[in-house]
Design a protein around this ligand. Structure first.
Ligand code: TA6
Length: 307
């Protein structure tokens, strides 16, 4: 189906335009379908490819999510910035390095399952991931993947895997969120104090975090046994972002810094100074086993507060 017909169909079924809620589907960059959401609490833009949130602006605040000025928008390609959904594995596939890093959910076209205009003024969009012959080759399990996004003063994302097969399945996953910050030099991350982390820049050596996390070089770390809220304190933008999660016991902090980002080609000119990834994960030894007939939900809430 062409993007235009898909958009027409989605607008017929789901578009809303009243005083409290607006939902509008349109063709975004690279002809990828996107959904624009606006309500009295916030506005958001989500790409149907990847169920990938590209923007969330809570009322009275600045853009909370970073999107690279050099992000590429093309069918089947991952988008640099926003909230990529990593599933059903995090990072490289453990057995087959040819499979896409961070799984195939972020590059697949998701379907809309339902939209809800909630009484409290929030807007809910439910996505579901269709499986193709190509993705079934990489993931031959009978699973269902649903993602619910609730857009309001807080942003809430629930990623639910249902195991419909007769054997247990093991998943790794993450909401690989890129946050928009005033300056990397003025940011500290709280909530990971006194935890151990695997340092990807040093062969996954296990190290210990003392105090808050600040960034002045390439950082690529999987923090282990982390369930506490993470708070990104941004003294340049004068705000903090509070990340609360359930169903995740690992947290990745990533900033590629100058040299690596220059090689990446889609991180933009000095983009690394304006972004920080704090990712709510099931990564490393925190992969999840889902028994037959059971489901597992990763739930993350984001809140921005001026300081
Ligand atoms: O989550 C951190 C990380 O796995 C890094 O190692 C880094 O490579 C990054 O994600 C980006 O991955 P991508 O596949 O989007 O280029």
């Amino acid at each position: 189906m062409s993007t235009l017909s898909l958009i027409q169909q989605l607008n017929q079924q789901y578009a809303l335009d009243n005083a409290k809620h607006q939902i509008n589907f349109k063709a975004g960059r690279g002809d990828l379908p996107v959904v624009e959401v606006r309500n009295e609490h916030a506005s958001a833009l989500i790409s149907l490819q990847g169920a990938h949130l590209l923007s969330w602006i809570p009322e009275g605040n600045e853009e909370a999510i970073w999107l690279s000025e050099d992000a590429k928008f093309a069918k089947g390609k991952s988008i640099r910035g926003g909230i990529p959904v990593c599933w059903p594995w995090f990072g490289a596939h453990e057995a087959n390095p040819q499979y896409p890093a961070h799984g195939f959910a972020r590059t697949s076209l998701w379907q809309i399952a339902e939209t809800n205009a909630l009484d409290n003024g929030n807007t809910q969009i439910n996505f579901t991931l269709p499986f193709s012959s190509e993705t079934k080759e990489m993931w031959p399990f009978d699973t269902k993947l649903d993602l619910q996004m609730t857009i309001g003063k807080t942003l809430q994302i629930e990623l639910t895997t249902i195991n419909n097969s007769s054997t247990a399945v093991k998943i790794g996953q993450a909401l690989h969120t890129y946050f928009n910050i005033g300056s990397i030099n003025n940011v500290s991350i709280h909530g990971l104090e006194n935890t151990d982390y695997l340092d990807k820049t040093n062969n996954f050596k296990c190290k210990h975090q003392q105090g808050e996390v600040t960034i002045s070089e390439e950082v690529d770390r999987i923090y282990l046994n982390t369930t506490a809220d993470c708070v990104i304190e941004d003294n340049a933008l004068k705000r903090k972002i509070i990340i609360s999660k359930q169903g995740s016991h690992s947290t990745v902090v990533w900033n590629p810094w100058k040299e690596v980002s220059e090689k990446m080609g889609d991180l933009g000119n000095d983009g690394y100074k304006k972004m920080i990834c704090v990712e709510s994960c099931n990564a490393a030894d925190d992969v999840v086993t889902i028994a037959p007939g059971q489901k597992y939900t990763l739930h993350v809430q984001y809140e921005a507060k001026n300081i």
